[in-house]
Design a protein around this ligand. Structure first.
Ligand code: HEM
Length: 511
């Protein structure tokens, strides 16, 4: 009795309670806070430091901070800043972009890719959550990500890709017909291409017929654009980093409204799918879409997060890549002619461009697509939070740091790509291509968190390019290298990528 009363005396209970609270305060608040201070001190030792400790590079990105943000300036300055950060030698570059006191390390060069995008580093920085895609694959935490990635991968098997190719060609063919009214005058096909790539991903992932839900699709394209711009605005503002603080600002209402509208449109499309499938259920494996694969394996919120992620990531990136590709072809008529000759050899007359094996035999087509993605990667790069300290270019990057591997810089390394700003698909021919390290071309990232849709995107770009070049010859109105990029999550051209299309007479050269 004495023993128990001693054990549970008020005094010892207080000590116990104090120890438990202290432990939690230390582990969950003090230790991370101390580590974050350590990170800040550590990176202040790096070169290219900003003038203001508190604001970091904010003023350079956003000159009239904290007055309302001007998107074009911010997106342009972010791009410029990234170029500066890349420094004089892109092959061995390491620097820090400071959003106030939050450092984001930028690294480039093929030697560092493997170290940073390593399988140990599966966590993404917090700013991916700004995209409003909940726990979708792009932003999810490593534990959830492992489960979900396994569930989604069957959507991209070789067998599935063969089926996707058929749907892609069906859309690309009707897209080609819509261009009839655009021939002979300078046009940037931005609107047509974005809607068309959205048609494809909605058809393959949610069985929405190509010509269905047009209004919702157009709205979705617009909303993704708005959400992406708002995400950049949020990421550039130090006061907007933490959710509770962000909610105190008026802009958060605009930001959340756009995200909610985007989710609403996806919900509507999801309901539309159910309605359509009532009359023609998709039991055959080749008809199974992404929703069929995931339904019953996660709650509805998770399924919608994944759907919105795949649909958002799966159309915008490919669309901007296609626009750059057409622009390059329109500026390099010799390349275009060579590509045309290859395409009509494998796909003469009106042979459908929908057989994956034949498409994969078109080597020059592959080289053109790779070269366009090298010069203008749709996404700035791939980012991770480090799980442990690593050495990069003789500097220590410490555990917990946000590190971004710049695709743009890595792709412009003159040691790997002589004359790096030149559009030269022959870099990729077997003789030259074998000298390029595999980590020197990273438009889709690298490692276990590499873009899950990379084969899908490559296939889609090839089908579009083959069909367009087979039917039309292209000339760009602006010269190569004359259009700077803007950083709006995806890299967007700062000026319209205008081309003039001319219908080809059978087998006639465009030179
Ligand atoms: C030209 C087109 C595309 C480009 C340039 C691109 C680029 C990227 C990049 C750079 C990443 C980050 C990779 C990393 O962190 O290592 C990524 C992730 C992702 N992409 Fe793509 N992508 C494209 C098309 C697609 C398509 C068509 C889909 C879906 C159909 C897709 C879905 C995703 C998803 C879900 C992730 C997150 C993967 C994960 O964290 O596991 N992307 N993409």
């Amino acid at each position: 009795m004495d023993f128990y009363s001693g054990l549970f005396s008020v005094g010892s209970l207080k000590v116990l309670l104090f120890s438990i609270i202290s432990y939690f305060v230390y582990v969950h608040l003090l230790k991370p806070a101390l580590h974050n201070i350590y990170i800040v001190i550590h990176y202040h030792g790096f070169h290219y430091q900003p003038k203001s400790f508190l604001l970091g590079h904010v003023k350079q990105i956003w000159p009239n901070f904290p007055l309302p943000i001007e998107m074009k300036t911010v997106a342009g300055n972010l791009y410029e800043k990234m170029l500066k950060i890349i420094g004089p030698n892109p092959s061995r570059s390491l620097s820090v972009l400071w959003i106030s006191i939050f450092p984001v390390v930028f690294a480039s060069g093929h030697e560092v890719v493997e170290k940073i995008l390593h399988r140990r580093n599966l966590k993404r920085p917090h700013f991916y959550k700004f995209l409003g895609i909940g726990d979708g694959l792009i932003a999810s935490e490593p534990e959830l990500w492992k489960v979900r990635r396994k569930l989604i991968e069957p959507f991209f098997t070789t067998k599935k890709m063969r089926d996707h190719a058929k749907h892609m060609y069906e859309e690309v063919e009707s897209f080609g017909q819509q261009l009839d009214g655009e021939v002979g005058k300078p046009v940037d096909l931005v609107h047509q291409i974005h809607t068309s790539t959205l048609n494809i991903i909605l058809k393959t992932s949610a069985s929405i017929p190509l010509e269905d839900s047009i209004e919702d699709k157009e709205r979705f394209v617009e909303l993704v654009n708005t959400v992406e711009r708002n995400a950049v605005k949020r990421a550039a503002n130090p006061l907007y980093q933490i959710d509770w603080m962000f909610k105190l600002f008026k802009f958060s209402q605009v930001y959340y409204r756009a995200i909610n509208s985007m989710i609403e449109v996806i919900n509507k499309i999801f309901r539309r799918r159910k309605q359509l499938l009532k009359y023609s259920p998709s039991n055959e494996p080749e008809n199974q879409d992404l929703v069929d694969l995931l339904e019953g394996k996660m709650e509805e919120k998770g399924l919608l997060d994944e759907l919105i992620t795949l649909i958002g990531a799966g159309h915008d990136t490919t669309a901007v890549a296609l626009r750059w590709l057409l622009f390059h072809l329109g500026n390099h008529l010799d390349v275009q002619e060579k590509l045309y000759q290859e395409v009509i050899q494998f796909f003469p007359d009106d042979t459908p461009v929908d057989d994956m094996d034949t498409i994969n035999q078109c080597n020059y087509l592959e080289h053109c697509v790779k070269e366009a993605l090298r010069l203008n990667p749709s996404v700035a790069g791939a980012s991770r939070v480090l799980e442990e300290d690593i050495m990069v270019h003789d500097e220590r990057l410490i555990k917990g740091s946000m590190v971004s591997v710049s695709a743009l810089a890595t792709h412009h390394d003159p040691n790997v790509y002589p004359n790096p700003t030149k559009f030269d698909p022959d870099r990729w021919n077997p003789e030259n291509g074998s000298k390029i390290p595999k980590t020197a071309w990273i438009p889709f990232g690298y490692g276990p968190r590499i873009c899950i849709g990379w084969r899908y995107a490559m296939l889609e770009l090839k089908i579009y390019a083959a069909q367009i070049i087979r039917k039309l010859s292209l000339r760009s109105t602006r010269p190569h290298g004359s259009i700077p990029m803007l950083y709006e999550v995806t890299f967007q051209p700062s000026l319209p990528l205008e081309i003039i299309m001319t219908p080809r007479n059978n087998n006639q050269s465009n030179l």
